[in-house]
Each structure stands twice: as structure tokens, then as C-alpha cells.
Design a protein around this ligand. Structure first.
Ligand SMILES: [Zn+2]
Length: 278
């Protein structure tokens, strides 16, 4: 599933290409459940003729700001991709939304598993209410005092905490495992047992792992490609995710990575570097 670094990479790619352009056509909308808060007709009517004024990311959502204080919000869920093509190229199979711009480019939402969603909001307040109801702060923007304050309100295991979009927005299964390896913390560690030094390591790891992955244009482990249709390179740098049986890459470790199920998710860790205190 695309997580914060993949969505950020997509948003940057879209911004380069479509900012300032006007939507001339919305097409291929054939799956009503894609649009939970609008009809497909209303979506098309509301977007055509409007100019793209901003493209932002919040958590795993791409937020497209249109003229007239109108917003389209896209979530790719499991396997959706947002890819730019020129209009002379036909849409590939499983395209469930096309947005055509006035300069001969088109944005295709390709989603074989049909979990992706598109929302329409009229006005900034409606948009903010939707996002803030679902999402905690951005992990790359949070400072230590606020991080500590939020940790103190939480119980449970670290892995579940990192997956909770209401704690921090944008982290999913892959980056949660990479972050916990980097911080040398066990995924089943209880949140309230963290010492101040470990909290600091956790926040540093969150910000480092995500920033590095953005720099590498995301992880293309299965389906993900960026807005230009290109894979990212972060999969070459993974430390634990998908690496069961391979040696831990931390200096002086080299012990095999193991896979467990934590928080109902496949979870990879180094049992030597990430121990549970007695
Ligand atoms: Zn290790």
C-alpha cells in the first residue's frame, strides 16, 4: 500500500505537471463506490472548468485544490496509482477516473482492486473537518514536546500505535517496521514503557526513515509507480520488511530477520537488535 513517501512523491510529480492548468474533462468514472461523498455526475460537474491551484499531501491523501474553493481528495488504498499520460495514449485497463487538462495531459487513476477513493469538498472548512477527524499531525513536522505529549495519552503496542493514523498521519505497515528497526525498538513493546531516550530514538527514526524514502522517491515493493509511471528506489534500502531469513544489516549484528504477526499485520524485525525488556 502506498504510504507517506509514495504519496508525497506522487503529489510532487503532479504539482510539476498540472499546477495552473484547467480541467477540461472527467471520464472513465464507472465505479460509484469510489466516490463516498458525491455522485459521479456531481464530481464531474464540479471539477470541469476549474483550475488546479494547489496539490498537497496530508497523510496518505493527495489533496487537489481547485479554483472556487473546491477540493478533490484522492486515496489510493491498496494498489491504486495516479499516473500522468498524454491524451493520445489510451487509458490502461482498470482505470476508474481520468482527469484531462487543457495542455493535452491526462491524470489516470488506475486501481485494479477498486479500493481507491475520491472525495469532493466544497470549501476549506469541509475539507479540514474531514482530514482532521481522521488524521493526527504530520510526522515530518511534529516536534519532540508535542510527540511526547501524544505518546503519554497512548497505551498498547508500538506497532499498533505507528499504524494508527490518528496518532501520526501517513505511516503504514512497511515504514512502521523500518522505523522500529532503525529505533531498535520491538514492535510489541508497550508504549507506556518507553524511556525518554527511547522516545527520542523513535521520533528520530520516524523522521529519518520517511525523509530518506522521499529522497528515494518511495518504495516500489509491488504495484507503486510515481506520477510519471516510474518506480521508486527505496526497496533497495529496506532493512527488515520482506527480509525474513536474510541477515540484519546493522554493523556487528548479521543475525537473521524474522517475520511475526503483530497487530494482525505481517511484521519483520531483528530479534537481536529489537529486544523486549523483561
Ligand atoms: Zn540486528
Amino acid at each position: 500500500m502506498p504510504e507517506l513517501p509514495e504519496v508525497e512523491t506522487t503529489a510532487r510529480g503532479l504539482r510539476e505537471r498540472v499546477l495552473g492548468h484547467t480541467i477540461v474533462e472527467i471520464g472513465a468514472l464507472d465505479w460509484p463506490r469510489m466516490a463516498p461523498n458525491a455522485t459521479l455526475e456531481l464530481l464531474a460537474e464540479s471539477a470541469v472548468g476549474r483550475r488546479i491551484e494547489s496539490i498537497a499531501r496530508r497523510g496518505k491523501y493527495v489533496v487537489v485544490g481547485l479554483s472556487g474553493d473546491t477540493y478533490l481528495v484522492l486515496h489510493r488504498k491498496m494498489s491504486g496509482n495516479l499516473v500522468l499520460r498524454t491524451v493520445d495514449l489510451p487509458a490502461v485497463p482498470h482505470t476508474h477516473l481520468t482527469v484531462t487538462f487543457d495542455d493535452g495531459w491526462r491524470l489516470d487513476f488506475v486501481d485494479p482492486r477498486k479500493f481507491g477513493r475520491i472525495y469532493l469538498f466544497m470549501g476549506r472548512d469541509a475539507l479540514d473537518a474531514f482530514l482532521n477527524e481522521r488524521l493526527g499531525p504530520e510526522p515530518l513536522e511534529i516536534a519532540r514536546p508535542e510527540f511526547d505529549r501524544r505518546l503519554e495519552q497512548r497505551r498498547g503496542r508500538l506497532k499498533s500505535l505507528l499504524l494508527d493514523q490518528g496518532f501520526l498521519a501517513g505511516i503504514g505497515n512497511l515504514y512502521a517496521d523500518e522505523i522500529l528497526w532503525e529505533a531498535r525498538l520491538h514492535p510489541e513493546r508497550s508504549v507506556d514503557s518507553l524511556k525518554p531516550r527511547e522516545r527520542g530514538r523513535l521520533l528520530d527514526a520516524i523522521q529519518q526513515v520517511l525523509a530518506d524514502a522521499i529522497e528515494r522517491r518511495g518504495t516500489s515493493f509491488s504495484d507503486y509507480v510515481d506520477a510519471q509511471g516510474e518506480p521508486g528506489t527505496n526497496q533497495e534500502y529496506l532493512r527488515v520488511y520482506g527480509r525474513a531469513g536474510l541477515p540484519c544489516t546493522r554493523a556487528n549484528c548479521g543475525k537473521p530477520i524474522v517475520r511475526r504477526v503483530v497487530a494482525q499485520r505481517g511484521t519483520w524485525l531483528c530479534p537481536t537488535c529489537q529486544t523486549l525488556p523483561r
